[in-house]
Write a protein that binds this ligand. Structure first.
Ligand SMILES: *[C@@H]1O[C@H](CO)[C@@H](O)[C@H](O)[C@H]1NC(C)=O
Ligand SMILES: *[C@@H]1O[C@H](CO)[C@@H](O)[C@H](O)[C@H]1NC(C)=O
Ligand SMILES: *[C@@H]1O[C@H](CO)[C@@H](O)[C@H](O)[C@H]1NC(C)=O
Ligand SMILES: *[C@@H]1O[C@H](CO)[C@@H](O)[C@H](O)[C@H]1NC(C)=O
Ligand SMILES: *[C@@H]1O[C@H](CO)[C@@H](O)[C@H](O)[C@H]1NC(C)=O
Ligand SMILES: *[C@@H]1O[C@H](CO)[C@@H](O)[C@H](O)[C@H]1NC(C)=O
Ligand SMILES: *[C@@H]1O[C@H](CO)[C@@H](O)[C@H](O)[C@H]1NC(C)=O
Length: 647
């Protein structure tokens, strides 16, 4: 009877289990294979913390029922270990933490097909050299862990491998957004915990591989010569490593490749592909930027007809842009900036009717620009800055492109007044950079009608006369850089920009190195609550700083140096609690340094030198942390870091 009762109880349970496991591909086999159980127990034993709670439920011997485990329903062997750090529920994804050691005993699970431990940022250790035992492995996800050391040669024995994702093995895995504040610490972390060593030659035996992602590690050496043997490879990401040497010519044989990212390495030599028409027919996304690649852009580039996004920026490429470029009809983004390209832009560029972004800045490209560029009707971003273009004027067609929103024509030899044609442009201009040209005259009053403008850079020109009141019409201007011109009179109108935004729209204002004589008093009527960077240095400003400066609550950098400001330093400055940079040198400030300055806890850069300040420097941090040179050249300052005051 009792036995019967047990069976009765067991049956519905088994049914429920079968129902539950059908969808996960799990098993109803009673007990785990002893080897699998041992491997899983060792894995669990290496982990001392698991915020997801999944491992805590790994009890008993029926491992096929454990969370994250799937078995073959005939052999009962474990085929999948699926414990990704990112756990998604219906409406959000969170990253769970698993701290501990990656046990090499995982390789006891000899029937394993999928091992997914991706995104477990606290998982340390190495890829076991015995990994070659997992002959059935198809997918291996060990990205975003804290693993280090080399990728073992024996990985070449995993002949069924289709997916290999070992990217981003950094101490902190995926960088938390707050890390940006810890600048120095960050740099330390990023370099010390990554896969090292070179790519094993045995990789070329992984002929079933479709995805290979090793990005953001510290892998050295060359790309294996026979990488072209990986005929099924679709996505190859080796970016952000320490690879050197040349790109092997065998990449021409990667017939399935659609994504190739080799950027941010130390690769050199010429780009060896495509050598023939029809090779790499699916290549859509190519990134080779930030290497030391030389020679010319391959004249046959136009053979790669599927290319959509290409970035070759920051290399040493020279010669002219090949005219075969015009064959790349699918091209949407082309980054060629920061090379040594010369010659003229080929007329065929006009055929790139899907082009959205073109950046050619910092090369030696010559003018004239081909009129065919006027056919680039979908162009949104055009950056031709710092070439040998000597344009003299902004080409008429630029102002007629209906989609253009970001125009960078810095250092293009543009002369004369800011042209009126921008006034009636259909382009929704958001960013305009005409810096480092030979512009003269003033900022035209109509400019305020560019209502979508977010960033305006007219620095390093010869603009004179005052800023018109109409700049207050800019509704969305966030960045205004007018440094190194000869603009005179008052800067007051600048402080009225973006009044339609509560708190104002401006975040970055550089009016330095001009001839402004007044205006800072108007800060009180203005709306600059979002300004992070304000540089008014090298002007002719006089008088007292207004106490209303305390309204610049977001300010991180304030430079008022090289002016004629006088009177005492206002305590109001001490209310700017985010201030990291405060430059007040070469003015005529008098009196004592207010004790409130000790509240500026975030200050990293201070200069009060060459003023008329007197008395004791308020004792304590941060003021005592700065070198003497930040306080020298004053009438009578004393105390730390200067010599003690005479009592
Ligand atoms: C066992 O797995 C195979 C293939 O995965 C499936 O077709 C079959 O329905 C499964 N059998 C049971 C009893 O779950
Ligand atoms: C590739 O596999 C073959 C056959 O197993 C083996 O002889 C060869 O050494 C392997 N190549 C590399 C580079 O490991
Ligand atoms: C490409 O493959 C062919 C045949 O598969 C081979 O003969 C050739 O050497 C390979 N090319 C390169 C550059 O490896
Ligand atoms: C404006 O242009 C100058 C010169 O081209 C450059 O140095 C500066 O960084 C630019 N300003 C901003 C805010 O990007
Ligand atoms: C700046 O403008 C002033 C007055 O208009 C003029 O005297 C001066 O020569 C100009 N300086 C430069 C560098 O153009
Ligand atoms: C402010 O502008 C001057 C002159 O353009 C420049 O030398 C200085 O570095 C700038 N200050 C800051 C804090 O960026
Ligand atoms: C500025 O700081 C002082 C004390 O340090 C405080 O009394 C005052 O309310 C602050 N002003 C603003 C606008 O926050």
């Amino acid at each position: 009877m009792t036995k019967m009762g047990c069976q009765m109880l067991w049956l519905p349970l088994a049914l429920t289990l079968m129902m539950a496991t059908v969808s996960t591909g799990g098993s109803i086999v009673e007990e785990c294979d002893p080897g699998d159980l041992k491997g899983l127990a060792s894995f669990r034993g290496g982990i001392h913390m698991d915020t997801s709670g999944r491992l805590a439920k790994w009890v008993g011997r029926r491992c096929c029922r454990w969370q994250g485990i799937s078995c073959n329903n005939e052999t009962g062997r474990v085929t999948e270990v699926h414990l990704p750090g990112f756990i998604s529920s219906v409406d959000f994804v969170f990253q769970s933490q698993m701290e501990g050691w990656f046990s090499p005993s995982i390789t006891l699970l000899t029937s394993l097909e999928v091992l997914d431990l991706g995104g477990l940022a606290g998982l340390s250790g190495r890829i076991p050299t015995s990994i070659g035992r997992l002959k059935n492995l198809r997918k291996l996800y060990l990205y975003g862990n804290k693993l280090r050391g080399p990728v073992p040669e024996s990985i070449g024995k995993l002949l069924k491998l289709e997916e290999l994702h070992l990217h981003e093995n950094r101490l902190s895995g995926f960088l938390p957004p707050t890390l940006g504040c810890l600048k120095n610490l960050n740099a330390l972390l990023l370099h010390s915990n990554r896969f090292t060593g070179s790519i094993p030659a045995s990789f070329s035996n992984l002929t079933n591989l479709m995805h290979l992602d090793l990005h953001a590690n510290s892998i050295t050496g060359h790309i294996p010569q026979n990488i072209g043997d990986l005929q099924l490879l679709k996505e190859l990401d080796l970016s952000d490593n320490l690879l050197n040497g040349e790109i092997p010519a065998s990449v021409n044989n990667l017939t399935s490749i659609s994504v190739m990212y080799l950027d941010a390495n130390h690769l050199e030599g010429e780009i060896p592909f495509p050598s023939n028409y029809g090779q790499m027919p699916l290549l859509g996304f190519l990134r080779l930027q930030n290497n030391q690649l030389g020679g010319k852009i391959p004249p046959n580039l136009g053979y790669l007809v599927s290319l959509q996004r290409v970035s070759l920026e920051n290399n040493k490429l020279e010669g002219a842009i090949p005219s075969s470029l015009g064959n790349l009809e699918a091209l949407t983004e082309l980054y060629l900036n920061g090379n040594k390209l010369s010659g003229v832009i080929p007329k065929s560029i006009g055929q790139l009717s899907h082009l959205i972004l073109l950046t050619l800045s910092h090369n030696s490209i010559q003018g004239p620009l081909p009129n065919e560029m006027s056919a680039l009707q979908n162009l949104q971003t055009l950056d031709l800055s710092f070439n040998s273009l000597t344009l003299n004027s902004i080409p008429r067609w630029v102002a007629k492109l209906p989609s253009l929103s970001r125009i960078y024509l810095a250092g293009c030899g543009i002369k004369g007044q800011i042209p009126d044609m921008l006034k009636s442009t259909p382009s929704p201009i958001q960013e305009l950079d005409l810096s480092a040209n030979d512009l003269t005259g003033g900022i035209p009053a109509w400019m305020g009608s560019l209502t979508q403008l977010y960033s305006l850079n007219l620095s390093r020109n010869h603009l004179s006369s005052s800023i018109p009141a109409s700049v207050a019409d800019f509704q969305e201007l966030g960045v205004l850089d007018l440094h190194s011109n000869n603009i005179t009179a008052s800067m007051e109108h600048v402080f009225k920009i973006g009044t339609s935004f509560p708190g104002g729209s401006l975040t970055y204002v550089d009016l330095s190195d001009n001839s402004f004589t007044s205006g800072i008093q108007q800060i009180s009527v203005g709306t600059l609550e979002r300004v992070v960077y304000l540089n008014l240095s090298h002007n002719l400003q006089k008088g007292k700083l207004p106490t209303s400066m305390e309204k610049l609550k977001a300010l991180q950098s304030l430079d008022l140096s090289y002016n004629k400001f006088g009177f005492g330093l206002v305590e109001a400055l001490a209310n700017l609690s985010h201030l990291e940079t405060l430059k007040l040198q070469r003015n005529q400030f008098t009196g004592r340094i207010p004790a409130e300055f000790l509240n500026l806890k975030n200050l990293k850069d201070l200069d009060l030198s060459d003023n008329l300040l007197v008395g004791e420097i308020p004792a304590g941090r941060p003021l005592s942390d700065f070198p003497q040179s930040c306080f020298t050249g004053n009438t009578g300052l004393c105390g730390k870091p200067l010599s003690p005051c005479k009592s």
